[in-house]
Design a protein around this ligand. Structure first.
Ligand SMILES: *Cc1c(COP(=O)(O)O)cnc(C)c1O
Length: 388
């Protein structure tokens, strides 16, 4: 079976993990801080918190931005459910904005339309979570302008986009948003097993997120809210000031993260090379692919195609899987999931996303994939679509 995505683990990764397992620290030791520094520098951001997964980092981002009951959070329907769920964990209301039909990322024009509509019905948006679909950055400049004009905060769910660039700057630098989140699940750009990170340039958001990521505890006596110099407290003191969580990652995961991150630039190049090969092989068909604007460099977490409309995606999917090719579908639009339909959303509300979804298919792409495997995937796809 050729999977749609796959991690790359080499001896250098294994050595780093086993060395950490033999050290004194399994969690919250030097490797966590070192990985956070590496990520922060790689993304040209000021602050970084590594977490147990990206879902937790998204939850933490919403909490740091004070999202709560009565607040409205917007996101795209073409994402993994975790993006929208993060806002629901905080008790907020979620609504969606349709995607651009060429880039499949949240459409800034649809966003502007939605914001004007909400404004005229007296509603305010607290936070927008954009998703850099497949590794392609959303068009962040117009989104940041709207955030300023309509006074809301922006979280980038960059789970797909570690190593991607927008306006020749790394995704995660925070030029156009308040917080960026990455995922290190094995199918993503690098892996720590489970894992995620939150990056921000805002020291206050960072402090708050750090505190909430570990039970809401403060250990720094200068920040204590109760007087520490009493018989009750001593040098052992910690004070809980808010209801936080345990979103911590382990040291041996971060040891893996560091060695993985070192290899990321070459992996992103390899993914781009394989995508160019896919494009060449698909050029004589009516099969479409994601448009990458000139101001973006995609990390290509996913290689997604659009099948011609007369072709049954169900049948193609089945035939490819039977041939051992692990095609997949990204994503079932979130608003059509039973949980979100129960909240009142309906099929038909976000037509561009739904049209995209009906015809979409994800083909295998990962650094260890060979050219000959790409050729056999395309061969199988052509047979499934056109016979022969
Ligand atoms: C994978 C993914 C997540 C969740 O990441 P985890 O690390 O598995 O929690 C969230 N959003 C998007 C867009 C993803 O692809």
């Amino acid at each position: 079976m050729i999977p749609y995505a796959k991690q790359s683990i080499d001896q250098n990764d294994l050595d780093a993990v086993s060395e950490t397992l033999r050290s004194d620290w399994l969690t919250q030791g030097p490797k966590v801080a070192a990985f956070e520094h590496c990520l922060r520098d790689f993304c040209a951001s000021a602050h970084c918190i590594a977490t147990n997964n990206a879902t937790a980092a998204l939850h933490l981002a919403c909490l740091a931005l004070d999202v709560g009951p009565g607040d409205l959070v917007l996101t795209t329907p073409i994402t993994f459910v975790a993006t929208a769920n993060a806002a629901k964990y905080c008790g907020a209301e979620v609504d969606f904005v349709d995607i651009d039909k060429h880039t499949w990322c949240l459409d800034p024009l649809a966003l502007e339309h939605k914001l004007n509509q909400l404004k005229s019905s007296g509603k305010r948006v607290k936070v927008l979570i954009v998703v850099h679909f497949g590794g392609l950055s959303c068009d962040m400049e117009p989104i940041a302008r709207l955030a300023k004009a309509f006074d809301f905060k922006v979280i980038e769910d960059a789970s797909h986009a570690l190593g991607a660039r927008y306006l020749d700057r790394p995704v995660g630098n925070g030029d156009h948003s308040d917080i960026t989140v990455f995922s290190f699940h094995p199918v993503k750009m690098i892996t720590t097993g489970e894992g995620g990170a939150l990056l921000t340039n805002d020291a206050r958001l960072y402090e708050r997120a750090r505190m909430l990521s570990s039970h809401g505890l403060i250990r720094e006596s200068t920040q204590f809210v109760l007087e520490p110099e009493t018989d009750w407290f001593g040098e052992w003191a910690y004070q809980q000031t808010a209801l936080g969580f345990n979103f911590r990652i382990t040291d041996f995961q971060c040891a893996l993260g560091i060695t993985q991150l070192n290899k990321l630039p070459q992996w992103v190049e390899r993914r781009n090379e394989l995508v160019r090969y896919y494009h060449t092989l698909l050029a004589d068909t009516a099969i479409g692919w994601q448009r990458v604007p000139g101001n973006c460099f995609s990390s290509y977490h996913l290689f997604v195609v659009q099948l011609p409309h007369q072709i049954s995606r169900r049948a193609v999917f089945k035939q490819m899987r039977e041939k051992g090719i692990g095609v997949n579908v990204h994503y079932i639009p979130v608003h059509t999931q039973p949980y979100y339909q129960q909240l009142g959303f309906k099929i038909g509300q976000f037509p561009v996303a739904e049209h995209y979804y009906r015809h979409t298919l994800t083909l295998p792409l990962y650094p260890g994939l060979s050219e000959s495997a790409v050729a056999s995937v395309v061969q199988a796809l052509k047979e499934a679509c056109y016979g022969g």
